[in-house]
Ligand binder design. Sequence first.
Ligand code: KIV
Length: 261
Amino acid sequence: MKWTVRKFREAKGRELLPCVTAYDYLTGKIVDRAGVPLVLVGDSLCTTALGHPTTIPATMEIMLHHAAAVRRAVVNALLVGDMPFLTYTTPEQALRNAGRFLQEAGTDAVKIEGGVTHAHIIRALTGNGIPVMAHIGMQPQSVKANGYAVRGRKDSDTAQLFADLDAVVQAGAFAVTLECVMPDLAVELTKRSPVPTIGIGAGNGCDGQFLVLADLLGLGDGPLPKFAKAYANLGEQATDAVQRYAGDVRSRAFPDAEHTY
Ligand code: KIV
């Protein structure tokens, strides 16, 4: 069943929305077959797939390369491309780069980090037919300025988050990612928001959840963040498979008669 921006927006209050990331054709196939409504080619690919310590090194060229591969795999989910650091500093620059996601990689929408500060950017994109998922709360691209702390522990955070939510919704965002927000506050934001809120590290009271695929599949090599859950242990299983293959080659057990012309 094909997910559109409209269908996703209208799902609020009707069904919960499990969203995941994907980074290439292989992972795109896995998540689309699972029937999730939205797949994000997140700039988290910088850390999970490319081994960088933060998402800051992501560039348009990197993101477009990965998004185009995921596009070839994803048939039913809504496909969102994550705009990388410093590629949407002005409305003109944002339009050019978001346009590249839709035209060159074939995504259905883009995601950008920022609230009140980025409402004019979101308005420029939505006003030109580019659907935008907003991203407020903890914003990994600003980690050098603002850190990774959970938002909503201080009154000033709360006021800021409400202002950010109102600003991105009024600018036309079709959904809002809430990252690392105290759960009670995430519930209040979700009640106030006319569009779906998708939480990551924001408790279970949002309209949907994001989980980074490497965490979900148990593919990463470090400890998981507190909010992430591994539903499989594929990293260990994959290393074990490669070790068994290497052992078979060393003992001439592979290829055997069944795998030989
Ligand atoms: O890049 C990413 O993976 C994200 C998360 C919110 C899922 O932005």
